[in-house]
Design a protein around this ligand. Structure first.
Ligand SMILES: CC(C)(COP(=O)(O)OP(=O)(O)OC[C@H]1O[C@@H](n2cnc3c(N)ncnc32)[C@H](O)[C@@H]1OP(=O)(O)O)[C@@H](O)C(=O)NCCC(=O)NCCS
Length: 177
């Protein structure tokens, strides 16, 4: 039988109405850039960065929703700086905004040279996840997001603007299909 965080028996499979903070979703992962994941110039492959972005974003989305999540879309990704073999690649993710069954997660990627302590911001990405009901595998509502700081409010506002563009492109594509 399913039990809530407080230990009580969940009445149904609807998500809790109680909101969760942005901080609760915050996630971080890091790995050493190994030669197998680099191009002939010793730079981390873009495809590997995209894979790590998806994984780091999924951590934040599933932490917020306490659900299985699937990637619905990934906004464009710019690679501002390369990450070299031997450096650390560090990813930080957090939920920016919750809609109904979907969430936008922001991911920042950094490189760190452990010999010099130099850390550089290399990539920012926005990934949309949909929470799925564990039994029906259909989209389910996710808890509201509690936005506290000015920075979180800015991200929340900007996520709304990005959603408009994202869905416009998505629906145009569907109409053409
Ligand atoms: C994402 C998916 C669950 C949406 O299912 P659906 O039946 O189209 O569901 P709905 O139309 O009810 O949309 C559900 C939510 O997804 C959002 N969504 C759907 N397609 C989207 C897209 N391309 N970009 C952003 N959001 C999208 C909708 O806006 C809606 O969000 P909201 O409830 O917060 O308003 C479904 O398309 C799917 O399973 N896709 C494959 C996912 C996958 O395999 N990912 C890679 C591996 S994890």
């Amino acid at each position: 039988m399913k039990r809530g965080a407080s230990g009580g028996v969940a009445k149904n499979r609807e998500p809790r109405a109680v909101g969760k903070t942005v901080k609760a979703s915050r996630s971080e992962m890091a790995e050493v850039v190994l030669p197998a994941d680099t191009n002939p110039l010793g730079k981390l492959l873009g495809g590997h960065v995209m894979h790590l972005v998806d994984v780091a974003a999924a951590m934040a989305a599933s932490r917020h929703s306490n659900s299985y999540v699937v990637t619905a879309s990934v906004d464009s990704i710019d690679f501002r700086n390369p990450i070299n073999v031997g450096e650390l690649v560090i990813l930080k993710s957090q939920v920016n905004r919750v809609f109904n069954t979907s969430m936008e997660v922001g991911v920042k990627v950094f490189s760190e040279n452990t010999l010099t302590d130099e850390r550089r911001h290399t990539t920012t990405a926005y990934v949309t996840f949909v929470a799925l009901d564990e039994f029906t595998r259909r989209p389910k509502r996710v808890p509201p997001l509690i936005v506290r700081t000015g920075e979180e409010t800015r991200r929340w506002r900007e996520a709304g603007e990005r959603r408009k563009v994202r869905l416009a492109l998505c629906f145009k594509k569907r109409a053409r299909d």
